[in-house]
Design a protein. Structure first.
Length: 297
């Protein structure tokens, strides 16, 4: 294991990597320098194990600011006790090389003790009703952990703009709401979902899937495509769209968790699907929990 890892590092020796810092103080120093030079700062928060979806956020960040920074932190606060914190995939060297291909200026990769020197913070960001629906229904405390770490990252970087992915639509909606409700001076942008050629939404967790699970995982994006086609053909009843989503996902080896048509702002279920409404699904494929969504045009 170690040997093969070292071999890969040697092979990659010629590739450039992004400068990486481990402490909040170093980030503050780099940001201070950038500001002194009159440059704007963009932040792309991630948990690493980067794929093309993450890299698309870097591109969007680059379009909106002079300096692009990424954080890579597998945030323990947002994982439940029965979730995959310990086995979540990590490969910082590879991430630094991938981030370099998009001209990233700095990566902040702190350890848990740097982010939470006193253990779990005593003061946290408590989301309201928006966090109880969809993924929140099965992941108690998840969005509180997400908002708390994102608020900390906003405090550390004080970015002009922060870019998130539509892939985690409920998360992006909650972050927008947090920034609005707490008057945090950052512009939140949400970038479209990047998919594999066959439609599967890219996710760091896709690496968990066996070949047969990978095939079954397509039932999520296929359900969204099917429901979108129904809608385009004139079906406006949310119940009919939900049924199409659910039945496409209900195949052996896939355990649907939810299939909903919701208002994009409130995430409340709608009865009739107008343009702008969101179709959102979650399912377990083997042990892996996957999510996907589509906004109706
Ligand atoms: P994660 O590392 O999974 O926490 O994701 C970090 C950021 O990348 C979040 O804002 C995600 O929504 C975004 N992201 C993850 N997967 C994709 C994807 N397939 N397309 C676009 N953005 C994504």
């Amino acid at each position: 294991m170690m040997g093969s890892h070292r071999d890969t590092e040697t092979q990659r020796g010629a590739l450039s990597r992004v400068p990486v810092v481990r402490t909040r103080a170093e980030v503050r120093e780099v940001v201070r320098e950038a500001r002194r030079a009159g440059r704007t700062v963009a932040l792309v928060p991630t948990m690493g194990f980067l794929h093309e979806g993450h890299l698309s956020l870097l591109d969007q960040a680059r379009a909106g600011a002079d300096v692009v920074m990424m954080s890579i932190f597998v945030n323990p606060l947002q994982f439940g006790p029965a979730e995959d914190l310990d086995r979540y995939p990590r490969d910082l060297e590879r991430d630094l090389e991938l981030a370099a291909t998009r001209g990233t200026d700095l990566v902040f990769a702190p350890g848990a003790a740097e982010m939470y020197p006193h253990g779990a913070p005593g003061v946290q960001v408590v989301p309201g009703a928006l966090a109880e629906r969809l993924c929140g229904a099965s992941r108690a405390g998840h969005f509180q952990g997400v908002l708390t770490v994102v608020a900390k990252l906003f405090g550390i970087f004080q970015p002009d703009v922060a870019v998130f992915g539509q892939k985690d639509l409920q998360q992006a909606t909650l972050i927008r709401r947090m920034v609005d409700d707490l008057d945090i001076p950052v512009r939140v942008e949400v970038a479209p979902i990047v998919r594999e050629a066959d439609g599967l939404a890219m996710s760091s967790r896709n690496v968990y899937l066996s070949a047969s699970e990978r095939e079954r995982a397509l039932s999520l994006s296929r359900g969204l495509e099917r429901a979108r086609a129904l809608w385009a053909a004139g079906e406006g009843e949310a119940a009919a769209l939900r049924a199409a989503l659910w039945s496409t996902m209900a195949v052996p080896g896939v355990e649907p968790e939810y299939a909903e048509v919701v208002d994009a702002r409130t995430l409340e279920p709608v009865e009739r699907a107008a343009g702008g409404a969101v179709m959102a699904v979650a399912a377990r494929v083997g042990k892996t929990r996957l999510i996907d969504n589509a906004i109706l045009p």
